[in-house]
Design a protein around this ligand. Sequence first.
Ligand code: EPS
Length: 390
Amino acid sequence: MRYLTAGESHGPQLTAIIEGVPAFLPITTAEINNDLERRQKGYGRGRRMQIEKDQVQFVAGVRDGHTTGAPIALVVENKDWTHWQHIMTADHIDEENQGKRTVSRPRPGHADLNGAIKYKHRDMRNILERSSARETAIRVACGSLAKKLLSEFNIEVACHVRRIGPVEAAVPDLNELSIADIKRITEDSPVRCLDAEAAEKMMRAIDQAKEEGDSIGGVVEVIVTGVPIGLGSHVQWDRKLDGKIAQAIMSIQAFKGVEVGIGFEAAERPGSEVHDEIAWSEERGYYRKTNRLGGFEGGMTNGMPIVVRGVMKPIPTLYKPLQSVDIDTKEPFEASIERSDSCAVPAASVVAEAVVAWEVANAFCEKFGSDHIGEMKSLLQSYVEEAKQF
Ligand code: EPS
């Protein structure tokens, strides 16, 4: 499967074309809209989210509640477009609006300056409109479809927030919590955190950042359960699934790092406290008593839950000005803004969930075919039986 997105933050809509989704996957707009709504929520979001109410439209590839196997086209409209249509128009901007809302002052931490130099745009709006995290709305729609595909094979995906600024949540015991528990608890938490005490402190930290005109980042974690052994491959560098997931996480706006399993902690521990011993039982087949490697060995899934974390930097659009240089005058100035999220980490956890789901679903289709859901189910069943007795 593959997908591409198009769309500007204040353009008429976000669009995605998805290719390679198997036929006969049951899907409804309501299921996708539920994920779009999850992404819009979260303590620390700014005023733009009061304008938008993201809803998906399928404009190709889905009929009568099922995928047909044809390319799928998805659209999410930007409600803010009504305020921007004369500025963001595809046709010539009329005289009255010429020169309005142009950007000559690059914001530190954004794509503005690098993109402007690269594409030779004197008006940096042409860069910021596309680099904006608004694009994550349509990626969540694509990921939602991937989650639906995985759920047909009892593979479930969830996310939660591990850290916001200085506040770290207690490490959850994933042996004690089911995916359903994680979903239920995070859905009720304004910061999508499993640790209620930490969640309160996270909200206070967001309040404080906001009061100070600052922004705050954090760490999100994605968990995938029910994964069969052998998704991805060791045979070639670009077929390693953990590598693909790392790239997908790093592709989310404002993400600066990725960890799988214990991640960077592996550097501090001896090998005997890193690797997961192998066991076998009639009921489970091969399994591990621990999951320090986060479900991956040799770029392939090992049947344990996938556990991956990503770090989001604080949003660089700050009320507290940072120094920059005007590209027209070359004079220094202090960047100031009209509106921003002070923290988008809870929303970003939903985006991380979506992009990880996409990569796992894609690897699943590579292993079990991607023409027809029923055919894939038969293949999975015989493979799992064989793997148990292997
Ligand atoms: C964003 C800036 C803000 C955010 C936006 C991402 O938008 P605006 O410039 O219109 O105030 O609200 O996020 C979304 C629109 C969204 O859907 O998440 C940015 O510069 O990345």
